[in-house]
Design a protein around this ligand. Structure first.
Ligand code: ADP
Ligand code: MG
Length: 269
């Protein structure tokens, strides 16, 4: 069976309210407009791969979604709830409601290129930190859930180690588990395998495939074209700050409509 076809049909399970709607995001750094009105919608269970050249604004887009970066314009809805934003002069749009952004950030899991685990905490402590302090889950329950997730990611035996004692692939799997422990509505991945030695890439992609199979909603910035082709329900090609092309992987990879996208994909052959 064509694996692309199965990823595309999974989308039929989407609920009426999209998990995430990003509308008309603009962002400039000084005189350079890096995002020129980017919109995308993720329904429940969607895996959207975001591809594009270095500097095309992929990280900035992900960072705008949970306000790690302040967009200049745009709207963000998570699970049908619009994020309240206000203009802060010289900065851009910032959260208008501190409690709302805290709650909404808890529903957005973010996995960074460089893992970003807390180095002074063990793996288990990293994973239970937010559930205990943000979601107010009891320690015993948070620990039980963390251990189950760590086991699923194949790193249960590392739970009492510190991040520096793990390989990059193990650290990234731990970072994924840490994000999952908050039971987020959407997971955002920013080049999760780009900092890894080649032999460690597959163990991380394997965990991500598992999440996709479970029906998790994911936005994945990636240069792993095989993953994007096989796992995504949709592929978005960002170019010069705009969504230049998007569609099911079968279309984007096999018959891209724009010359730019064709050239970009050709550089991976
Ligand atoms: P990508 O992730 O697609 O490689 P980025 O979103 O990181 O691209 O960056 C897009 C553009 O914005 C690049 O030209 C980058 O140099 C610029 N940029 C990103 N972050 C900042 C920042 N904090 N200050 C100034 N320029 C930035
Ligand atoms: Mg980037």
């Amino acid at each position: 069976m064509d694996p692309t076809a199965s990823a595309e049909t999974t989308r039929a399970t989407a609920s009426a309210v999209p998990a995430l709607i990003v509308e008309d995001i603009h962002k400039s750094f000084g005189p350079v407009e890096v995002l020129k009105g980017v919109s995308l919608t993720a329904n429940d269970g969607d895996v959207i791969s975001i591809i594009g050249s270095s500097g095309s604004g992929k990280s900035t887009l992900l960072r705008c979604i949970n306000l790690l970066e302040s967009p200049d314009r745009g709207r963000i809805h998570l699970g049908g709830e619009e994020l309240a934003l206000k203009q802060k002069p010289g900065v851009g749009l910032v959260a208008a409601d501190h409690r709302q952004i805290t709650r909404m950030r808890a529903q957005i899991g973010f996995v960074f290129q460089n893992f970003n685990l807390w180095s002074h905490l063990t793996i288990l402590e990293n994973v239970i930190e937010a559930p205990i302090h943000v979601a107010k889950v009891g320690k015993a329950e948070a620990t039980a859930r963390a251990e189950a997730l760590l086991a699923k990611a194949g790193i249960a035996d590392k739970r009492h180690n510190y991040p520096s004692q793990l390989s990059g692939g193990q650290q990234q799997r731990a970072a994924i588990v840490r994000a999952l422990a908050m039971e987020p509505r959407v997971m955002l991945f920013d080049e999760p395998t780009s900092a890894l030695d080649p032999e460690l890439v597959d163990e991380v992609l394997g965990v991500m495939r598992g999440l996709a199979d479970e029906g998790r909603t994911m936005l994945v910035v990636t240069h792993e074209m095989r993953f994007a082709r096989e796992v995504s329900s949709e592929v978005v090609f960002l170019h010069e700050g705009r969504v230049h092309e998007k569609g099911p992987p079968s279309t984007v990879f096999q018959a891209p409509s724009s010359e730019r996208c064709r050239q970009f994909l050709a550089s991976y052959l």
